[in-house]
Ligand binder design. Structure first.
Ligand code: SAM
Length: 249
């Protein structure tokens, strides 16, 4: 299928997008377009805001601190935010950035840091997580930026799950599970709303594992015979979920 406009820069913006609208970018996005990409008047970009689909826009002003754009036409209708919930025990700095970016690329619609007993990070910069999600959304051509939900503790998450998530099944990547393929387990969840939980570098505590195993909405899975780093496990788990019951089908 031809990917027209694939070569154009894609930018997430806040304002409403409609035919003939005009908008001026902020300093950071203007510098990126005018100075880094050296775009100038007449060049085209693609804009999205998570509500109005993707829009082709043309530069009408290329000042380095305030690029002006005129919207031309909608090139893709808005698609709903993915329904995949992704919870993970936050890692430190670059690996945390990586986790947010990969979860966005792999189709998570809601991302929530979950503090567990062995989590080594306690304070998170929410705006940094959002910035990583926006950057990844721009790059992988999704039309909605995942919703980054403020962090919670594993206990609070599990206690509130039935009320907040209804019949959503929580797939729990359990490094203590006997090595096996999760394919059949996942196939049995087809059609149900799904969440995925990935633990910290230090893994889940035995009490946390027992607590999770005892809950009716939790589906423990193995990711094979080797212990994966948390960021590897996240991508591996999201890949098999998308391939077997998600939007890769
Ligand atoms: N306890 C080990 C450690 O000290 O590094 C492993 C923790 S592992 C790096 C982090 C998370 O990745 C785990 O809590 C689990 O969610 C997931 N994970 C890693 N390998 C896995 C496997 N073979 N099966 C299921 N989940 C796995």
């Amino acid at each position: 299928m031809p990917r027209t406009h694939a070569a154009l820069p894609r930018l997430h913006v806040e304002p409403d997008l409609s035919a003939g609208a005009q908008l001026t970018l902020g300093k950071e996005q203007s510098l990126y377009l005018a100075a880094v990409l050296r775009k100038s008047v007449g060049d085209e970009v693609v804009l999205f805001n998570g509500r109005d689909g993707a829009w082709l826009a043309r530069l009408t002003g290329d000042a380095k601190k305030s690029v002006a754009l005129q919207l031309i036409e909608q090139i893709a209708a808005q698609t709903p935010r993915a329904d995949l919930w992704y919870g993970f025990a936050p890692l430190k700095t670059e690996r945390l950035d990586y986790m947010i970016q990969k979860a966005t690329e792999m189709g998570a619609g809601t991302i929530q840091p979950v503090l567990t007993k062995f989590t080594q990070v306690s304070r998170l910069k929410h705006e940094r997580l959002v910035a990583n999600a926006i950057e990844a959304a721009e790059q992988c051509e999704v039309l909605s930026v995942p919703d980054i939900v403020p962090e919670t503790t594993l206990e609070r998450l599990l206690h509130a799950w039935p009320e907040e998530h209804g019949n959503r099944q929580l797939i729990f990547a359990d490094e203590g599970e006997d090595a096996s393929s999760p394919a059949e387990l996942l196939a049995g969840l087809s059609g149900k709303p799904i969440g995925l939980l990935i633990g910290p570098e230090g893994g889940f505590s035995n009490d946390e594992r027992a607590r999770l195993h005892a809950l009716p909405f939790v589906v423990p899975i193995s990711l094979g015979p080797r212990i994966l780093r948390a960021d590897t496990a996240a991508v591996a788990a999201l890949a098999i979920i998308q391939a077997i019951i998600g939007d890769w089908r």
